[in-house]
Design a protein around this ligand. Sequence first.
Ligand SMILES: Nc1nc2c(ncn2[C@@H]2O[C@H](COP(=O)(O)OP(=O)(O)OP(=O)(O)O)[C@@H](O)[C@H]2O)c(=O)[nH]1
Ligand SMILES: [Mg+2]
Length: 509
Amino acid sequence: MGSGLLLRGAAALCARGLRAAAAGRLCPLLPRPPARPLSTGGCWCLRAAPGPPGRGEPPRSVGRGAEEAVAEEELEELLAPGPPPGAQRLLVVHPAVKWGAKKPQLTTAELQIAEAVALINTLHNWTVLDKIILSTKTPDKKFIFGKGNFQILTEKIKGLPHITAVFVNIERLSPLTKKELEDAWGVTVFDRYTVVLHIFRCNARTKEAKLQIALAEIPLLRTNLKNEMSQLDQQRGGSRYIMGSGETFMEMQYRLLKEKEFKIRNALEKLRRKRSVLRTQRERREFPVISVMGYTNCGKTTLIKALTGDEGLQPQDQLFATLDITAHAGYLPSHLTVIYVDTIGFLSELPHDLIESFSATLDDVAYSDLIVHVRDISHPETVLQKASVLSVLKNLNLPSHLLDSVVEVHNKVDLIERYQSLETNAIAVSALLGYGLEELKEEIERIVLKTTGKKILTIKVNLAGPQLSWLYKEATVQEVDVMPENGTANVKVIISNSALGKYKKLFPQ
Ligand SMILES: Nc1nc2c(ncn2[C@@H]2O[C@H](COP(=O)(O)OP(=O)(O)OP(=O)(O)O)[C@@H](O)[C@H]2O)c(=O)[nH]1
Ligand SMILES: [Mg+2]
């Protein structure tokens, strides 16, 4: 399918320490620049803070305010129970289409089964006991494989008495197929949809992420219900009226599901409305926002950690380690503060329903000033991964200036001897070892200044007046060159057009 997925959520934003804002010849007697938190993390919603942070500071706290949209107990009710808790021992089966239009490009069956195994290994207590690739011409048919290969598979399963489940590495099994396979093999059968949904369920920390999962489960519940109802109908149960209610059992089940969906959408909408408060705040405060996107496990979190020095970030060798969007303040070479937004990774071949329920969370990407597309250049499927990410980006209705200015980062170059990029615009880095970060920051700065219309200027100020402290608040002061003989200073600043206009009005020359 070549589609991917990305989602986000929230965490608390925390101030970690102070940094001198302007390097170089900062005069100790001059007003101090505002303290800047080193790191900020959280969903796009402001927590009630004791008064608004002053201009010139990154948002101080985001995250919890939106959490009241739905109560914790209510949320538990909205989430469908996943696979039973406890250990799962699996056989991973990859149906390989070797001919025709459905034959996947840019990858091999071996790489696809490796990704399926990695998905399972992400889950605590789930282990892969064995794996098998079997070719098929008709993966959409009821038994997925032809008679011969189905027989081989059934024999293999019989020879593995310790397995508790079979993971068939296709997007989605129809409930009927799932049931027939489970009857034939005597174990639970999972598809990519259920496995990925379960990973999300385990990794979701915030209410928003949990609600998105609940929403993604609705289509699954609807097909299950349809299935159950047709069975019940055969036994003539489903269409009987429930005494006094005027509706049949079937109608009641559908109504309950609809109500549940409505509740989830409503709660999500409330959370999003609150999040947009930050969007407005962010625009007003004029911190350039950089969305860091890419395939799962490519190193987005590691890169942001390296760019911001935020020790709170926890990169993991795991698919979908990040499910919650977090924001982190960092500095560009000219000391301009920017906010890096960490996002959920993409995965190829995910069912549409799953993508849809999370894609609304990408709304905010449209409000960023720049997208950094991180690629794990050491991954054998790096080309396929790039195609997956680009196809999702294209479908997000992002403004064209954002799509045209994407900075492509080739990460993990330390794993390739003497790496030389064939793509001239890409920047080679090792987020883990810190290679190439300065070049990346310079490129980010170049584009951010261009897209945000900020200018680097040197302004002469009278030190006896309020100009300098105004500039510290409203712009980014880079250098202050004091001339004691006449009580003035040359101040190098990064300033937006609107702030410059205000400055000229307030302090006419
Ligand atoms: N060798 C090497 N490993 C890296 C580099 N960058 C990240 N990694 C490793 O790649 C794994 C995934 O890193 P993350 O930063 O969690 O990746 P992510 O893109 O945020 O992953 P998700 O949040 O799961 O989508 C971790 O084990 C990192 O240590 C790099 O430059 N070199
Ligand atoms: Mg991550």
